[in-house]
Design a protein around this ligand. Structure first.
Ligand code: CO
Length: 297
């Protein structure tokens, strides 16, 4: 890997990691999640990063893809478990990291996911296969008496591409990829007290435009949203980041969906509405792998 690219990955990772760790003091009962989201996103920029995707704040059974909307007034409560999934990028090179904070119980559920991630990282080197990673994640989480969410996976990272190949599944699959030097991957084990599946809710708040599907757009709203997404080089965004009203945003999205020009990230919730914990790091595969989303200071 080019030295300049490596440095950008490391810078992005550090920024995401710092903001992730600052969350521990932000996430408290009574806090407004919209304020938390805005603070996190502001800090990423302040530290010299750009937003790789809207911060995901997953409360309790919500596993991923939830981000607050403008004007939303939801407060954290005692007993919530709160997943914060953060993405920063530097010139398109992304650091993706997540933490779960408990405002009550479920410490062992958090530990199951955290330990699964750390055990998986210990295995990493060129030549390791994704099923070896998956096996370790599954065994670790199940040793705590919990289940892995089998239809959520980690992923590769490429410039301006948050979900690149290879997938890094958390359970054994038929797609057994062998990692090679300089692959950049995010590992994110999800542990749950439920049956181990997530379902799509019928609402999406995070979107990315499909860059190669340019088409004629009728409405001003759709054109505005599409060009916003193009300026982000296809990286995900949310309505909070645009000037459009909620209604206009929805209208624009509707047209873009009809013309197959946008990808909606539906909110993902555990099927039995059970609790979910998640931890995530970004790693560059080397003989001595580089976890970009840690720092020592
Ligand atoms: Co990720």
């Amino acid at each position: 890997m080019d030295k300049e690219i490596l440095e950008k990955y490391i810078k992005a990772g550090r920024i995401a990691a710092k903001v992730r760790d600052e969350c521990k003091s932000l996430v408290k009962p009574g806090k407004n999640i919209l304020e938390i989201a805005e603070e996190i996103e502001r800090r990423i920029t302040e530290l010299g990063g750009e937003l790789a995707f809207p911060v995901n704040i997953g409360i309790n059974n919500i596993a991923a893809h939830y981000t607050p909307e403008k004007g939303e007034d939801i407060l954290l409560r005692e007993g919530d478990i709160v997943k914060i999934d953060i993405g920063a990028h530097v010139d398109g090179y992304i650091g993706d990291t997540a933490i779960t904070i408990s405002l009550g119980e479920y410490e062992d559920l958090l530990e199951a996911s955290r330990k699964a991630l750390n055990e998986a990282i210990k295995l990493l080197k060129p030549g390791i296969k994704t099923n070896e990673i998956a096996e370790t994640i599954q065994k670790t989480i199940e040793s705590f008496g919990f289940r892995v969410i089998s239809n959520l996976t980690g992923h590769g990272l490429e410039r301006f591409n948050i979900h690149a190949d290879p997938q890094i599944p958390n359970v054994i699959t038929s797609n057994n990829y062998m990692l090679k030097e300089d692959d950049v991957i995010a590992i994110e084990p999800f542990a749950t007290t439920g049956i181990g599946f997530v379902k799509d809710l019928d609402e999406a708040r995070i979107f990315s435009v499909l860059i190669d599907k340019r088409n004629m757009l009728r409405s001003m709203e759709a054109r505005e949203i599409y060009s916003f997404g193009i300026k982000r080089n296809g990286l995900p965004f949310t309505s909070r980041w645009l000037e459009l009203s909620k209604i206009k945003f929805r209208l624009g999205i509707k047209e873009l969906k009809m013309k197959d020009m946008i990808y909606p990230y539906y909110i993902l919730a555990e099927k039995e509405e059970a609790m979910v914990a998640q931890f995530e790091h970004t790693i560059i595969i080397k003989d001595k792998p580089i976890v970009t989303t840690i720092y020592d200071e």
